[in-house]
Design a protein around this ligand. Sequence first.
Ligand code: MLT
Length: 265
Amino acid sequence: MHLFCQESGSGSTLVLVHGFPFDSTMWDPQRAALGEHCRLLTPDLRGYGRSTATAESTYTIDALADDVIETLDSMGVDQPFVLGGLSMGGYVALSIAARYANRLRGLLLIDTRAGADTPEAATGRRELAAKVDATGDLDLVVPSMLPRLFAAQSLLEQPDLVTSVERMMRRSSPAIVAATLRGLACRPDRTDFLPAIEQPTLVIVGQHDAITPPQEARDMAKRLPNARFVEIREAAHLAPMEQPTAVNQVVLDFLRHLDQAESLA
Ligand code: MLT
C-alpha cells in the first residue's frame, strides 16, 4: 500500500522509519539538519499518522517493510538509499535489508535489536493486544510505556518533549496498536542474518535505553561486518528526540563517510 511520506531536502535519499506506537513526526528534530545534506523521506507506517489503515488483525513487520518499498517505488526512488529505523522501525529496516538488500547503500539501526520476542514477551504482547481490542483503551499501553522511553534527565528537563510524545502515542488508534502488537510478537529473529549485511551500518543507542539496552546494541554491532557503534549520552529509547544535536551529528558524519567511500570506490 502507498504510505503518506514527508519529504525534505534534496540529494541522495535517506529514509527513516518510526517506532511503535509513534508516527513520522518523531523525526521532526532531524528534518532540518539532515535535510541540508540529503533527501529525507519519513513514511507514516500503515494506520499511523496520515497513512491509512488496513483491515488485518496482525500487522507483520514484513508487511510494514513491503509498504515502505512500495511507497518508495511509487515515488520513483530507483537508486540505492540509506535506510534507518528506530526500534520497530529498525525491525522494518532489517526486514528490508534481508529481503531487498540491493536497494540499500547503508543502514542506521537506532535504539533497536535484531532478536525476536521471548515466548513470554510475545504472550504478554498478544494478551495486551486482546485487551486493547476489547476495551479500546490506550491507557493499557501509554502510561506504562511513556516513562520508560526517556532518560531521567529528559524526564526532568524536557517536559514538553514528554508531553508531545504522549500526544503522539495517544493519536494512534487502539485497533492499529493491537494489530501492531501482534505483529511485533511474531517478528522473526534476524540475529543470524546480521553477518550477511554488507552495507555500512551505524548502530546508535541511548546510554540509558531500558527497552533495547546498549549491551544488546553493542552485540548487534559486533555481528555486523561493517558497523560503527555510537552510544548517545543522557538519552534512552528516544535518543533522536532527546538528544537531536548529538544524533544528527553522528548521522551526518556517517553519511559523509559513505559518500567519500563511494566516491573512492
Ligand atoms: C518501539 O519503540 O518501536 C517499541 O518499543 C518496539 C518494541 O516494543 O519491541
